[in-house]
Design a protein around this ligand. Sequence first.
Ligand SMILES: *Cc1c(COP(=O)(O)O)cnc(C)c1O
Length: 434
Amino acid sequence: MNYYSTNHKASPASLQEAVVKGLAPDKGLYMPEQIPLLPQAFFEHIGEMGLTEIAQTVAQSFFGNDIPKENLDAIVADALNFEIPLVEIEDGIYALELFHGPTFAFKDVGARFMARMLSYFVQERNQENVVVLVATSGDTGSAVANGFLGVKGIEVVVLYPSGKVSPIQEAQFTTLGQNITALEIEGTFDDCQALVKSAFMDKELTSQMFLTSANSINVARFLPQSFYYFHAYAQLARKGKAGEMVFSVPSGNLGNLTAGIFAKHMGLPVKRFIAANNRNHVFFDYLYSGQYAPHASVTTIANAMDVGNPSNFDRILDVYGRDHARIVADLSGQWHTDDTIRKTIRTVYQQTGYVLDPHAACAYRSLKDGLSPGETGIFLGTAHPAKFRETVEECLDKSVDIPPALRAFMHRKKQSQPLSSDFEEFKKTLIRLS
Ligand SMILES: *Cc1c(COP(=O)(O)O)cnc(C)c1O
């Protein structure tokens, strides 16, 4: 299948090109030329299938013509090496827990899948000296570094601002070793991003190594996120509870929500979606006014959703033919203040014993306020509460259990290289690495 750009000024790309390039040359987002409809038989038997088998079937319908089945099945199985359970929180409301992967956040799904697909294409092309550059303010760095850890043929360089990421985040990408290098930049996140941008423009560097990014707009990062919507349905079907499904999605750059919309267009019987925002509610405003007015982001306690100009917005417009009426027929929005998020974490714990992270709390609240009788609500648990320990503990007035695998990161040796924000110094470091 080919991929077109949402800006329609670049020629269609093969899957390989779309994955290797990330962004289309006209700066648009790549979209698959078709959204394949899955056969009725798949939905009839989905309750008998496990996550891997479901994901392999969905992956086959998108990527089956571009990657031999055996390779694709292996990529999927290897990427999804953790559970995604659906947990009933109260009558009719379920959490889809996406945080059982290596970095305890849903971004593991996309990052692990993309790493394996990129590695496959790099080997196909006999491409040598492939370097993935990532500038991070925390979460992306950990998902990408862990996603690519030990993946053949690819070196990863993570740039992060010294002293500006949380200790647990830092430990998740500075203690890995192998093909992961962490550069601790004396500067801000913007300085890190500027270094990455300059590297892509530098003729000498790009002639010596093949530089690419693991950006969240990459089709290989966002499309695999559709797998778990089917898996949620399968788990409900097994319980005989799959009624009118409503998914509530904690939304920042809208990649997760877009993947859900794709699942619905592939035939998954989703009644509707709720986009849950924090105080950065540019998407909510669009849904209710039809006007899109991006702005600078504000800081909240659900900080992975602090996005003022969501990068996947154009994909949603594109799927619905830029028709606002069609969009609001499938999607509604809600947004919550930090105060409401805190209260929700506290109340849900008191009433059910379930511990929400601030992002999931936003999505839970949106369901609770927006669910109609007869609907089954599923909110996406995008991060383990221990990742936002300070905030959650403050709400609960008790300590949060840290999973041993998360704690283990903290005990490993930090191996980052301190570096100034001077480009020439960064360039020398890159050349030495490759
Ligand atoms: C990235 C992230 C989000 C936002 O997901 P998008 O796909 O960008 O909308 C929500 N919650 C957590 C914990 C995240 O890390």
